[in-house]
Design a protein around this ligand. Structure first.
Ligand SMILES: *Cc1c(COP(=O)(O)O)cnc(C)c1O
Length: 455
C-alpha cells in the first residue's frame, strides 16, 4: 500500500515512513493512495473472527510491506494481552442504547487500543533498525497515559508527553506522572491542549530539530492509530448481527470518528456517524452549519475533548473533495487563518455520513444522573456526551462508543450523583505515589531545549 500527503499527491510513501513520521513535511496528513472496499460476500468471511484475528486481517491491508501477516498476528496478540477483556472490547446495554466499551486496557481509556499496538510496532521497527527514537506527543489527558504505558521501558525509545498544566483530571495526570522509568518525561505546559499540540507541530515542522532527535509522533493523526481503531467498528457490526448501524462518537480530535468513516469507506454498512462534542463545539458547528472557525478553548468536565482544532478533520476534507490534494491544501490555508466556512455542496456530502450534536456542562451532569437512576450505570463524562447527542437527535437505536472508565473522572461523577467509581485495584497505587513532571512555559523553544537536554 502506498500513501500520500493530503496536501500533495505527487510523492509516494510506504507504511514504515508514514508510521514513523506521523505528519507529512508539508503539514498534511498521510492517507492511503487507494482503499480496499469489501463486498458483502467478502465481509461475511470476516464475521466469525476473534478480535485479534480481525485486527490482523484489517491492519494487514495497510501494513503488509512493513510487517508480515504472521508477525503482525503475534504483535497484535501481545498488544491485547494487557487488556482486562479477552476480546478487548465489550458490548453492554444502556436502555435501548448499546454501549461499545473501549476502556478495558491498562490506562482505562479507548486510546489503549491503538497505543498498545503501536508501542509494539515501534519495538518491531527498532529490532530491524539501529536507531534511537524520541516520541513527542501532546495530550488532553488520555493519550499521554496510553502512550506512556505502551512505550515505558522499551529500549531505544524515549517519550515526552506535553499536557496542559492543571487542565486534566488528577487521576488522568497521576496515571501518567507516577510511572517511574528512565525513558518517560512528563511536561506540563502553562496553556491549553491546543497550545500543547501547536508546540509539537512546530517541533515537527522544524526539520533540522526533528531530524536531529529522530522525532516521531503518536498523536491521533498517526495512520497506524486510525487503522487499529477501525477494527472495533467492524467487530461490533458482526457481533450485533450484521444490521446496518449508526454510531455516536464522543469527539475531540476527530480520530475515533474518522476511523468509523474509514470503516464505512471500506464497505461496512454504517448509516450515520454522530459527532458528539462538549461545549468546544467547532465540529458540531461545522457539520450543522458549515462554520469551521475555532473559538477559545473552554475547560470542561470532559477534558479529553477540550479541543478546538480537530487535526484529523483534514482527512475528511480531503475525501469530501474527491481526494484532491491541491484543493485540500487551499482549504487548509483558510483553516489555518481560522476563516473556513465549508462550501454548501461539501456540507451536503458530509451530512450523508455525519450528524452532530453538542452537550453543555449541565446536560452532561444530567445524563450521568439520569442513567445512574434508570440503569444503575455510572457513565464517564465523555461517554455521557455520546449518549446525550444520540438522545438529542432521537437516534435511540445506535451504538455509543464508551471511551473511558468512569473512575478516571471522579470529580464529574461526584458532582452529578455524589458517587464515584473506584480505580481498579491494580491502579490504586497511583493515588499516593510520587509524581514526576516538569512545568514549562507555553513556548516552543523552551520545550525544545528541555527535550535536547534529555536525549
Ligand atoms: C481522546 C478521547 C476522546 C476523543 O477522541 P478523538 O479521537 O480525539 O476524537 C473521547 N473520549 C475520551 C475519553 C478520550 O480520551
Amino acid at each position: 500500500m502506498k500513501y500520500i500527503s493530503t496536501r500533495d499527491s505527487s510523492k509516494d510513501f510506504n507504511f514504515e515512513q508514514i508510521f514513523i513520521k506521523g505528519l507529512a513535511d508539508d503539514g498534511g496528513l498521510y492517507v492511503p493512495k487507494s482503499l480496499k472496499r469489501y463486498s458483502s460476500d467478502e465481509l461475511y468471511k470476516l464475521e466469525n473472527l476473534s478480535y485479534n484475528e480481525l485486527s490482523t486481517e484489517l491492519i494487514n491491508l495497510f501494513s503488509e510491506d512493513f510487517i508480515s501477516k504472521e508477525e503482525l498476528s503475534s504483535l497484535i496478540k501481545k498488544s491485547y494481552s494487557t487488556f482486562r477483556e479477552k476480546e478487548v472490547i465489550k458490548l453492554s446495554n444502556l436502555g435501548e442504547i448499546i454501549l461499545l466499551e473501549l476502556f478495558h486496557g491498562p490506562t482505562l481509556a479507548f486510546k489503549d487500543i491503538a497505543m498498545q499496538f503501536i508501542g509494539n510496532l515501534y519495538e518491531y521497527y527498532l529490532s530491524k533498525n539501529d536507531k534511537k527514537i524520541n516520541i513527542v506527543v501532546a495530550t488532553s489527558g488520555d493519550t499521554g497515559a496510553a502512550a506512556i504505558n505502551a512505550i515505558k521501558g522499551k529500549s531505544n525509545l524515549n517519550i515526552f508527553v506535553l499536557h496542559p498544566n492543571n487542565k486534566i483530571s488528577s487521576v488522568q495526570r497521576k496515571i501518567m506522572t507516577t510511572i517511574d522509568e528512565k525513558n518517560v518525561f512528563n511536561i506540563a505546559i502553562e496553556g491549553n491542549f491546543d497550545d500543547c499540540q501547536n508546540i509539537v507541530k512546530q517541533m515537527f515542522c522544524d526539520l533540522e530539530f526533528s531530524k536531529s532527535i529522530n522525532m516521531s509522533g503518536v498523536n491521533s493523526i498517526n495512520w497506524a492509530r486510525i487503522i487499529a481503531q477501525t477494527v472495533y467498528y467492524f467487530y461490533t457490526y458482526f457481533k450485533l448481527g450484521k444490521k446496518t448501524i449508526s454510531f455516536s462518537v464522543p469527539t475531540g480530535n476527530f480520530g475515533d470518528v474518522f476511523a468509523g468513516y474509514l470503516a464505512k469507506k471500506m464497505g461496512l454498512p454504517i448509516d450515520k456517524l454522530i459527532v458528539a462534542t462538549n461545549e468546544n463545539d467547532i465540529l458540531h458547528r461545522a457539520i450543522s452549519k458549515g462554520d469551521y472557525v475555532s473559538r477559545e478553548v473552554r475547560e470542561t468536565i470532559s477534558p479529553s475533548m477540550d479541543i478546538q482544532l480537530a487535526s484529523n478533520f483534514e482527512r475528511l476534507i480531503y475525501y469530501v473533495n474527491n481526494s484532491d490534494s491541491e484543493k485540500t491544501a487551499q482549504i487548509m490555508k483558510k483553516v489555518n487563518q481560522n476563516s473556513y466556512q465549508i462550501e454548501k455542496n461539501n456540507l451536503e456530502i458530509i451530512r450523508k455520513d455525519f450528524l452532530s450534536e453538542s452537550c453543555n456542562e449541565q446536560e452532561i451532569l444530567d445524563i450521568i444522573k439520569k442513567n445512574y437512576e434508570e440503569n444503575n450505570i455510572i457513565l464517564d463524562p465523555h461517554t455521557a456526551i455520546g449518549v446525550g447527542a444520540a438522545k438529542k437527535i432521537s437516534f435511540n437505536d445506535c451504538v455509543v462508543l464508551s471511551t473511558a472508565h468512569p473512575c478516571k473522572f471522579p470529580d464529574a461523577t461526584k458532582n452529578a450523583i455524589n458517587k464515584y467509581e473506584k480505580l481498579p485495584e491494580e491502579l490504586e497505587y497511583v493515588l499516593n505515589k510520587k509524581e514526576n513532571f516538569q512545568v514549562l512555559k507555553n513556548n516552543t523553544q523552551e520545550v525544545k531545549n528541555f527535550v535536547k537536554s534529555k536525549v
